[in-house]
Structures are given as structure tokens and as C-alpha cells.
Write a protein that binds this ligand. Structure first.
Ligand code: AMP
Length: 194
């Protein structure tokens, strides 16, 4: 099963994707995690991506499309994958369609977590507090200014994807303001219907 999760930063995509990984035994492909890994490892991609990520902007389409193209070739993606944080622009969504077509694969579901933007700011503040309480380092792009910038970028560059997938009748939406369990149930119902 090949699934795309859409939704602004802090909507709960990562939380839901992690659960599905365990339950359905398919990997979560988070371009954000992969890019953070590249930054930490100091690879050429990481060096290019670091500053733009910290400011809340988007890394170039070419870089992330190449990362995903390689990653979905790997053995653990044979039975499918969950894309979390990719695609993030219409150009990336078109590239993904092209990549999958070349490999004779199709997307089974595109699920958008619809959330209230005001509530996201409080969610992210909570995530920061929990991270600090757990003694873990806080992501630089989770600081309030960078986070707000990520929301602006989402609105401008990623929100148009809802229309892109709706036009081809592929978009399903879930109310992301429900409890984590309720969101999980709604997503499972959609995935079970695939
Ligand atoms: P995330 O963990 O998904 O919120 O991603 C963290 C940061 O990584 C984003 O704010 C972007 O700078 C970068 N990033 C992750 N995925 C993409 C993508 N598909 N396209 C461009 N930049 C991305």
C-alpha cells in the first residue's frame, strides 16, 4: 500500500505514520527525517539543506525528488510506503506521479489531516516543552518564528496539493483536530477501504 499524508507542520502526520508502520509493516518515508540525517552526517545534500531548513523554507524539488526516487527502490518499500512530508509542492507531486508511473506503481491513498492553524501553534509549543522535558534537543525549525514561517510556506506551496489530488479524485480528508485515537480510526477506515 502506497500512501501520502498531507497536512501542515504539527498536524500529526508523523505520529499517525509511525503507528501505521508498526501495524501495516510498511516504512515511513519522511523527507524531513532524511534531510535531518543528511545535515547531521554533513553530506553534500545536508550542507546544502541546513540553512534553508533552519529558516523554515523548502529544500529544492530536485534534491527531495532524487532522495525519494532512490529510497522507494529499496527492498523494504516492495510492499509499499507512507510518504510523510513529501510531496510538498505541485512540482514534487507531478514528479512523484512520473516516478511511480515509470515503475508501474500507483498511489493507493492521499490523506490530508485538516487542522486549525491557531491550534497548531499551541500543539507545537507543547511538542517543544515535551522534548525539553524528555531531555532531547529541540528542532531548530520548531522555534516559534521558524514554525510560523513553515506555516506560511505550507499555505503558499503545499496547500495547493489538496486541489491537485482532489482534481484527479484521489484526495481523502480527515479531521486532524480529533483525538489521536479518533484520527487513527478515521485513517484506518480509509486505508481498509483501499
Ligand atoms: P518536516 O520534518 O517534514 O517538517 O521537514 C523539515 C524541513 O525539511 C522542512 O521545513 C523543509 O525545510 C525540509 N523538507 C522536508 N521535506 C521536504 C520536501 N518534500 N520538499 C522540500 N523541503 C522539505
Amino acid at each position: 500500500m502506497r500512501v501520502v499524508f498531507l497536512g501542515p507542520p504539527g498536524a500529526g502526520k508523523g505520529t499517525q505514520a509511525e503507528r501505521i508502520v508498526n501495524e501495516r509493516k510498511i516504512p515511513q518515508l519522511s523527507t524531513g527525517d532524511m534531510l535531518r540525517g543528511a545535515v547531521a552526517a554533513g553530506t553534500p545534500v545536508g550542507l546544502q539543506a541546513k540553512a534553508v531548513m533552519e529558516s523554515g523554507g523548502l529544500v529544492s524539488d530536485d534534491i527531495v525528488v532524487a532522495i525519494i526516487s532512490d529510497r522507494i527502490e529499496e527492498a523494504d518499500c516492495q510492499n509499499g510506503f507512507i510518504l510523510d512530508g513529501f510531496p510538498r509542492t505541485v512540482a514534487q507531486a507531478e514528479a512523484l506521479d512520473g516516478l511511480l508511473k515509470e515503475k508501474n506503481l500507483k498511489l493507493d491513498a492521499v490523506i490530508e489531516l485538516v487542522v486549525d492553524e491557531g491550534a497548531l501553534i499551541s500543539r507545537i509549543e507543547k511538542r517543544v516543552q515535551e522534548t525539553i522535558a524528555a531531555g532531547k534537543p529541540v528542532r531548530k525549525d520548531d522555534d516559534p518564528e521558524a514554525f510560523k514561517q513553515r506555516l506560511v510556506v505550507y499555505r503558499e506551496q503545499t496547500a495547493p496539493l489538496s486541489d491537485f489530488y482532489a482534481k484527479s479524485d484521489r484526495l481523502k480528508t480527515v479531521d486532524g483536530m480529533m483525538s489521536i485515537n479518533e484520527v487513527a480510526q478515521a485513517i484506518d477506515a480509509l486505508l481498509d477501504a483501499v
